[in-house]
Design a binder for this molecule. Sequence first.
Ligand code: PEP
Ligand code: MG
Length: 582
Amino acid sequence: MQVRSGIAVSPGVVVGPALVLGADSFRIPNNFVNRDAVEDELARFQVALDHVCRDIGEHEVLVSEQLGSQYAAIFSAHLQMARDPRFVSEVESLIREQQYSPEYAVSKTLRGFAMQMQNLGDQYLAERALDIFDLEKRLLRELLGERREELSNLTEPVIILAHDLTPGETATLNTKFVIGFATEVGGHTSHTAILAGALEIPAVVGLGRCLAGVSGGETVILDGDHGQVIIDPDEGSMNRFLDSRARNQRVTERLESLEQSESQTQDGERIFTLGNIEFPEEVQQCIKRGADGVGLYRTEFLYLGGNREPTEEDHYDAYTQVLKACGELPVVIRTLDIGADKVPARIRDRFAQSQNPMLGLRSIRLSLQGTPLFKVQLRAILRAAVHGNARIMFPLVSSLLEFRQAKMILMDVMEDLEDEGIAYCGDIPVGMMVEVPSAVILAEEFAREVDFFSIGTNDLIQYTLACDRSDPSVANLYRSGDPSILRMIQMVMKAAKKHDKPVTVCGQMSSDPRFVPLLLGLGLRQLSATPHALSRLKEVIRNISIPEAERIAAHALTLDLARDVEHYLLGELGRICPDLVV
Ligand code: PEP
Ligand code: MG
């Protein structure tokens, strides 16, 4: 049994067979063979090995002729490895004695070697492990031939284990069969993590290197509540999993029955709980969960899935679908937030030179530089807005000039539509995300010009604490409970109150029930969260009064360490809603 801890990013506990995704997404369909097939399987392994060795030999000659012998050396190393008697006899004995399939035996043996090399603490040898993976890939390709299964051809539930998944890959996971995923890298609020929440797939990220010894097919328990992954669990762990699943199920069912009721505190204060969405279809999840609207529509996902540039009509159709589904309820459409970890594959080259993509050309900066792209989106929003209650929000605004420029382009687009005689909404509220410290410091100045604020804590924490939100090596420093973050929110609330402007929190902080009392106590009356989190947020709201929330916020503000704040808030949540502390 192997137990790994990582960062819990999407709740739920699941059990299933592992599917390890390498660069080639191989999947081994059968781990075992029948006893009477062993001799045939041994022969199949020998044939595959001979083909691979012949192939490597041919490559060696070719590369040596074209580039010189020093470049061909890598192939002699592969050949040596493939012909290594220790490797061959270990695979053969696994097939003969354990009845492993050749694919599984090859993968198990080579990954065992790779893990030994990676654990020697020598950088050179750790890198040589990559050669072993290369050989594994060659042999699997040969053995599986046409039977190689792709991620898109899944026919049974699997838990994906991968070094990393890009937001684009995550967005296209088949949720019918992918019941959970875990990655070696990634942080709390990486976009892959956010998507896991949107797709409602239990997920753990930032496990650190652990996949070298896993071939696929092993039973895995993935605990998205506590950030744990157990490979080949023993009986005790399996029983704990079953208990925890049953407990979760009971709480979920109880909360589901309350989903459609309005969220009001015990002293009658109405709190608006809205949903964050990435895809138009998700609006149904919001409605099902009784959301008061869409507080954040991350429109850049229109660009991340497909392989062509979305047209104005593509934008228009997506926004219209969401607005019509929401009827009178507000829908905050955030303009493109492309860049950093959200870059469509077809324009990746454009961003390749950036050493610091989180500080580079992203979001509103990109929109202001690429005005035609921005205008296409604004036209579509303004046209779609006649079908419902839309608002426009600009992301990552860091100076007043940026906000004014974005607004000027919006005015230009309105004029164009007017001239063309196309129906559009001319009095749409225009707000901004507060996710850069400069926007907090100048919140008062901004408050005079915007119609609303939405605090994006995911980026605000990253930029305030100088911690990459996707980097697990600094995940312990990336803290929503940091006193500086509490004070930042307080500053925005003060500025907004002075100018009577509404504020929402739409970062992942507001999807975490621990922070609800704090946020209410700091004056927030609107929270926008991952749809599946809404019922838990409502439960906290229903069980607290505003004076009590204010007392909790006041105490949290006296604490000077993030871990003390978070520990205190967890204790308060346990007192207010014991069921929610799992
Ligand atoms: C945020 O930064 O908090 C936010 C909501 O935006 P995103 O997660 O899309 O960067
Ligand atoms: Mg952001």
